[in-house]
Design a protein around this ligand. Structure first.
Ligand code: ADP
Ligand code: TRP
Length: 330
């Protein structure tokens, strides 16, 4: 059996260095150990939370650029837009019909949305939000991915995918591989400007695709304490230091720790952090600038990607249709 990894990023908001370090970079690295890799833009997931059409459409371009600028090679991996593969939505419906409502009731995302409601617990909750894990299962099962790299918050969705796949295999015939999650560790969580987890929901991001000047401005905004230059500083529990660790070598980290003990000023510490992030960003920025104005190139590339994966998806869906009795009258 081929070892296949598959992962997607929801196209809402601007990709940030948390997405890059926690999702994009490790997923691209993993491709080296697998027979095939699938990376996609989860744009039908985006409309669950965002009904602003220009935000969704702008984010599709930015997330595509984030993958491509970070080194995704479309000749070695499958790279596509979820919405260009309509068979995924067809599979999603079929899976809806074998998924227990009780399983979805237990979804963390759905439960979190109901607990903030007081009188009517389902206020503002759409069927899209409720059945979102089924769409995610369809993304994964369509290509029989064996491994799915995701953040810890997504573990439940992979477990649900396994449940749904098992149920289908049992009801009809063994069709789906039960995928395994490849979880990013907790220590790899990247802090944002205010020290909380970097997230577009907290407004504390350092954008991945920014100019040198913008990057410098973002780094300057990192919240620190008010210790003066010359006063020794504690590197544990320090956002500047934790971000530095994500980009620097072990030796650089040790030297930085010494600088803290010797009382480096926050200005100097931030300059060192900036240099270190910037070094990694230079090739990413170059690629981004090269591709940014070439919408045709990006559209053609995504369209080629979807053509390739649709061959697999169409074969899969036709076999599934026949398994469930949606076939020619004979
Ligand atoms: P956000 O929290 O900004 O909405 P998403 O939930 O869209 O980000 O995350 C997309 C991917 O990036 C996921 O795989 C997630 O685990 C990863 N990711 C997001 N924020 C971070 C972070 N601060 N540190 C590490 N990984 C992150
Ligand atoms: N739900 C994932 C997230 O919010 C994105 C996603 C959608 C995904 N479909 C997927 C990830 C399939 C892995 C596999 O991060």
């Amino acid at each position: 059996m081929k070892k296949r990894i598959l992962t997607g990023i929801t196209t809402t908001g601007t990709p940030h260095i948390g997405n890059y370090l926690g999702a994009i970079k490790p997923a691209l690295k993993l491709a080296e150990d697998f027979d095939e890799s699938f990376y996609f833009l989860a744009d039908y997931h985006a409309i669950i939370k965002n009904s602003n059409k220009s935000e969704v459409s702008e984010s599709v371009k930015n997330v595509a650029l984030a993958w491509l600028s970070s080194g995704l090679d479309p000749n070695k991996s499958f790279f596509y837009r979820q919405s260009d593969v309509p068979e995924i939505l067809e599979l999603s419906w079929i899976l809806n019909c074998v998924t227990a409502k009780g399983l979805m009731n237990r979804s963390h995302a759905y439960k979190a949305a109901t607990t903030v409601n007081k009188e009517d617990e389902d206020k503002g909750i759409t069927m899209g939000l409720f059945s979102y894990p089924v769409l995610m299962a369809a993304d994964i099962l369509m290509f029989n991915a064996t491994h799915v790299p995701v953040g810890a918050d997504q573990i439940q969705h992979i477990e649900m995918t396994r449940d749904i796949a098992g149920r289908f295999n049992h009801l009809y015939k063994k069709t789906f591989v039960l995928p395994e999650a490849l979880i990013q560790s907790k220590d790899e969580t990247v802090p944002g400007l205010d020290g909380q987890k970097m997230s577009k929901s907290y407004g504390n991001i350092i954008p991945l695709l920014s100019s040198e000047k913008q990057l410098k401005k973002s780094v300057a905004k990192i919240v620190t304490n008010s210790l003066e230059p010359g006063e020794p500083k504690d590197s544990s529990n320090c956002t500047v230091f934790s971000l530095y660790k994500h980009f620097a070598t072990q030796q650089m980290v040790e030297e930085f720790q010494e600088d803290y003990k010797k009382g480096i000023s926050w200005g100097d510490a931030k300059n060192k952090l900036f240099d270190c992030i910037n070094l990694e960003m230079i090739p990413i920025r170059e690629k981004y600038n090269e591709l940014y104005s070439d919408n045709d190139f990006i559209n053609d590339l995504l369209s080629d990607g979807s053509k390739k994966v649709r061959v697999i998806a169409q074969e899969m869906i036709s076999s599934i249709r026949s398994s469930i009795g949606i076939n020619k009258i004979s």
